[in-house]
Design a protein around this ligand. Structure first.
Ligand SMILES: [Zn+2]
Length: 196
């Protein structure tokens, strides 16, 4: 990722304005530094500014460049120095990587759970007791016990909030439950294949 993008992701227009001494009011308005402005007419949004008085607009790099009469490249370097972006580079990358790993973990959990769910459905359909007196197949018991729970977890992974999804993933990663479940799924599939 280039430094421009990194700065724009890390520093909002408002943060830069405040850091460089512009007084931001509660509506995120400031007196425009680029024309004689007596009442705040410049609006600061997260990633761009716009002045209703003189029409000045741009992103955090433009704001810094115009404030200090710098080229965009120099303004970028100034922001990097002032906000410690260069030093934070590794941590920003770690954060991005963590985000990616989270998505991968969710996909992994989903695959294992869906596999197990399919096995449980099989068992529920094929291992039900044949008569009230007959022995109860433990696989049928497990299916009755687990189907709804696993179904709920799958629902959360499909349509839950990021927090809920993260909770499911954390729960499955505890004591390597996911790894054990995956291994067991594999063994069940193998036995079923040998028997068929
Ligand atoms: Zn203005």
């Amino acid at each position: 990722m280039d430094l421009f993008t990194q700065i724009k992701m890390a520093v909002s227009v408002k943060e830069a304005a405040e850091y460089y001494g512009l007084k931001v009011n509660r509506g995120s308005m400031i007196c425009c530094p680029f024309h004689a402005d007596r009442t705040p007419s410049m609006k600061l949004n997260e990633d761009y500014f716009y002045c209703f008085g003189c029409g000045a607009c741009g992103d955090v790099i433009d704001l810094t460049a115009q404030l200090f009469r710098l080229s965009p490249a120099d303004a970028t370097r100034k922001l990097a120095a002032d906000f410690g972006i260069a030093e934070q580079k590794p941590s920003v990358l770690v954060k991005l990587k963590r985000g990616k790993t989270q998505v991968e973990s969710e996909r992994h959990c989903f695959r294992v759970l869906r596999d197990y769910f399919g096995i449980l459905q099989d068992w529920k359909d094929h291992c039900a007791p044949q008569s009230p007196e007959g022995p109860i197949d433990p696989r049928y018991v497990e299916a009755c016990h687990m189907l709804e729970r696993i179904g709920n977890m799958l629902d959360i992974l499909i349509s839950g909030t990021p927090n809920d999804r993260a909770e499911v993933v954390a729960d499955l990663q505890k004591d390597d439950r996911l790894g054990l479940m995956e291994e067991r799924n594999r063994q069940i599939r193998e036995v079923a294949y040998e028997q068929s």
